[in-house]
Ligand binder design. Structure first.
Ligand code: ATP
Ligand code: MG
Length: 557
């Protein structure tokens, strides 16, 4: 590859470089193999960026393969969601494949193993198989059925396939070594009887192949050169290689393991994500607090920011936890560059400008991105009654408070200087309105007499504002490693969602779509929620402008 390419290298790419240099391979073929039993999460994004990224950078190919050999938990819905997520991340597969496409092939390979004396039908109960497997310090015990003759094995396996036996009556096992120091090599189960409807093969099969048998052979059938998986499969590699060799597969893909992505303050296990969804701790798989790709999309993360995040964390063989801040910073950087700047008041306080003409409306010129003039300008209507952020007013303000207080002057972004004259309170003593005056000479935000104000605040014209609901998010868990806690549900953050109603947005946001990203000036990056209805705008905060957690994490470190 060209040295000037801005491509991150890693140990996997080094292996591929060496394989190409030695002519072990002349091209690169990878695959991303999700099990369609849930929605993809940020950990999968790492695997997607790795597998598809390698195919892209080496002008190779990458398949999307659904690893669908466990019909209990798999559904079409998940398959479609997975395809949508991979495409949204910016990748396209060479071919869509399904492990279930290979059921006939796999059966044939199993027969080959039986004929070679490398597999046998075991009629022990599941419990007996488990209890005779041995431990790390003790070898396993051979099954009394281990020496069945080949003819009998063949006949039994065929009858298993034909549905002659009840579920669990027999299994097909590899005949390897019950004393192997690697427990995975102690005659692992290759097939089990299971009468479950499969979402693609229907009721054609009552026997289903196990992962360790299916995965390697699927790789070989597709001509995968480098089969990249996570570290927990390292101990399965001898079995991967054994099956490929003994079954006489058409090629020998190389399994390479890397460390899973683990993010602090969240969980990335589909089983746990399922629990969050099904127990209604969150509002579905695409809840913006979820670490799922669909959740992150709904929250306003961009594909580029997730790809950038995956580049930054790199690929290693060492397990570690990544700070949420790394993901959020990737989002901030991308959004800072591309998000349109707009004004929105999240917690409105009414301001009446007493010396402003009653029916006058002025269109104030505003920049869509002050650092990027080519993103253009827009106008924002200004009138006598506006809303400002409640936080931008303080009654007994300290000297260093540069925003509004009685007698103090601030700049309204793109508009005028205003001075607060009077505070109106309700019967509970709460401030409900400010009476201000404006200086007509300061239009556009500067004073001709050189008078300076320290504070600039945002505002929205009351008559022109769009009402909206705004969701603010915090971390879903208060525990940095909820998956490691006894009961992760107990560590859910009760304040992970704050919903503000009656927020006031500038009218240009009428045109917002879920594809457009905004910086609400001073309050963060936002996106229209995908379930927002016309006339009932709902915006989600993707990230704040700065990392508000940095300090807290430091204290906890
Ligand atoms: P889960 O435990 O969430 O179900 P999984 O590994 O069983 O995860 P699969 O659908 O089998 O999920 O995964 C598809 C691919 O994504 C696999 O190659 C897997 O190794 C990879 N993958 C899954 N989780 C992560 C993660 N946290 N980091 C990196 N890669 C991952
Ligand atoms: Mg899995």
């Amino acid at each position: 590859m060209d040295e000037t390419d801005n491509v991150q290298t890693n140990f996997i790419r080094n292996i591929i470089d060496a394989d190409l240099a030695s002519a072990k391979h002349t091209s690169v073929y990878t695959r991303f193999p999700p099990e369609p039993n849930g929605y993809l999460h940020v950990g999968h994004a790492k695997s997607i960026c790795l597998n598809f990224g390698i195919a892209r950078d080496y002008q190779g190919k990458c398949n999307l393969r659904f690893d669908d050999t466990n019909p209990d938990k798999e559904e079409e819905e998940y398959m479609h969601a997975i395809m949508e997520d991979v495409r949204w991340l910016g990748f396209e597969w060479n071919e869509e494949r399904h492990a279930s496409d290979y059921f006939d092939h796999l059966y044939m390979y199993a027969v080959k193993l039986i004929l070679a004396g490398k597999a046998y039908v075991d009629s022990q109960s599941a419990e007996d198989i488990r209890s005779t497997r041995g431990t790390l310090t003790e070898p396993g015990k051979e099954s009394p059925f281990r020496n069945r003759d080949i003819e009998e094995n063949l006949g039994m396996f065929q009858r298993m396939k034909e549905g002659e036996f009840p579920d669990g009556a027999h299994v097909l096992r590899a005949r390897i070594d019950m004393a192997s120091p690697n427990i995975n090599m102690r005659d692992p189960v290759l097939y089990r009887i299971k009468r479950t409807h499969h979402h693609r093969t229907g009721d054609d099969w009552v026997i289903y192949p196990m992962y360790d048998f299916t995965h390697c052979l699927s790789d070989a059938i597709e001509g995968i050169t480098h089969s990249i998986c996570t570290l927990e499969f390292e101990d399965h590699r001898p079995l991967y290689d054994w099956v490929i060799e003994e079954a006489g597969a058409p090629c020998h893909p190389q399994q390479i393991e890397f460390a899973r992505l683990q993010l602090k303050y969240t969980v990335t296990s589909k089983r746990k994500l399922h629990q969050l969804v099904h127990e209604h701790h969150v509002d579905g798989w695409d809840d913006p607090r979820m670490p799922t790709i669909s959740g992150m999309r709904r929250r306003g993360f961009t594909p580029a920011s997730i790809r950038d995040f995956c580049d930054r964390i790199g690929v290693t063989k060492k397990d570690s936890f990544i700070e949420m801040a790394v993901l959020e910073n990737s989002a901030r950087e991308d959004l800072n560059e591309h998000a349109l700047r707009v004004m929105a008041v999240l917690r409105p306080l009414k301001v009446t400008i007493e010396n402003y003409p009653d029916d006058q409306v002025e269109e104030m010129l505003a920049q869509n991105h002050p650092q990027q003039p080519d993103m253009g300008t827009r106008t924002v209507p200004f009138s006598k009654v506006i809303y400002i952020e409640r936080d931008d007013f303080m009654e007994d303000a300290p000297k260093k408070f540069f925003r509004l207080s009685v007698g103090r002057e601030v700049r309204l972004r793109y508009a005028y200087y205003i001075t607060c004259k009077q505070v109106i309170k309700n019967e509970n003593g709460e401030v409900v309105e400010l009476i201000c005056t404006y200086d007509p000479a300061t239009k556009g935000g500067d004073s001709p007499d050189g008078r300076k104000v320290k504070g600039t605040i945002h505002w929205v014209s009351a008559d022109h504002a769009i009402d909206a609901t705004v969701n603010l998010y915090d971390r879903l868990f208060t525990h940095p490693n909820p998956a490691g806690a006894e009961n992760f549900i107990e560590h859910l953050n009760p304040e992970s969602l704050q919903t503000l109603t009656q927020c006031k947005l500038e009218p240009s946001l009428q045109e917002s779509t879920t594809e457009k990203h905004y910086q609400f000036e001073r309050t963060g990056y936002f996106v229209l929620d995908k379930y927002s209805k016309p006339g009932e705008h709902v915006f989600n905060r993707t990230v704040t402008l700065r990392d508000t957690w940095a300090k807290i994490d430091k204290q906890n470190a």
